[in-house]
Design a binder for this molecule. Structure first.
Ligand code: M7M
Length: 182
């Protein structure tokens, strides 16, 4: 038998297309709930470093849309890691895989707070984030951030920021207020 995951996860792909609204560019790819089905999907699709610049992959718990407005996201925020262009070749794909393995492998105590993860492939520099559902739940957010940094093997001098979606929505992603920094 296949090895079941604790949750069912849905992969989304955002294809940049200026002729469409943002929501129209979001495509639901497929869902999986076993380790084996995850790996066959992962080995079947392009890596973040191979997709068109401007694209996103999002991996969210089934039923949660990868957008601020979803009821599970609207009061939440995200731990964001910025990857500069020089770093892309070697760490973008590694960090993305580490991130999704943290999610599907239940690396976080506060796994109920976890909504999903997003990788933004951008010309100005890539971002990988983990979205949580309640920006007021300080203890859970700090625990998730601490474990996330460890799992990625980030050095203590590399900081990650937690941004509340309400702050991100009103600002372009460059100068968003960070509520927590680890
Ligand atoms: C329902 N709805 C419209 C809506 N709902 C959303 O949830 C949502 C958006 N719109 N997003 C739009 O993409 C732009 C780039 O953000 P980016 O995160 O790709 O980051 P960059 O600025 O391209 O680095 C955002 O400025 C926003 O326009 C982003 N986003 C998450």
């Amino acid at each position: 038998i296949k090895h079941p995951l604790q949750f069912t996860w849905t992969l989304w792909y955002l294809e940049p297309d200026r002729s469409k609204s943002w929501e129209e560019t979001l495509n639901e790819v497929t869902s999986f709930s076993t380790v084996e089905d995850f790996w066959s999907l992962y080995n079947h699709i392009k890596l973040p470093s191979e997709v068109k610049v401007g694209s996103d992959y999002s991996l969210f718990k089934q039923g949660i849309k990868p957008m601020w407005e979803d009821v599970q996201n609207k009061r939440g925020g995200r731990w964001v890691i910025s990857i500069n262009k020089q770093q892309r070749p070697e760490i973008l794909d590694k960090y993305w895989l580490d991130t999704i393995l943290c999610l599907i492998g239940e690396a976080f105590e506060a796994s109920d707070e976890i909504c999903g993860a997003v990788v933004n492939v951008r010309p100005k520099g890539d971002k990988i984030s983990i979205w949580t559902s309640n920006s007021q739940n300080r203890n859970a957010i700090l625990e998730i951030g601490k474990i996330y940094k460890e799992r990625l093997g980030l050095s203590p001098k590399t900081s990650i920021n937690y941004q509340i979606h309400k702050d991100t929505m009103v600002k372009s992603s460059s100068n968003v207020k960070s509520t927590y920094t680890l």
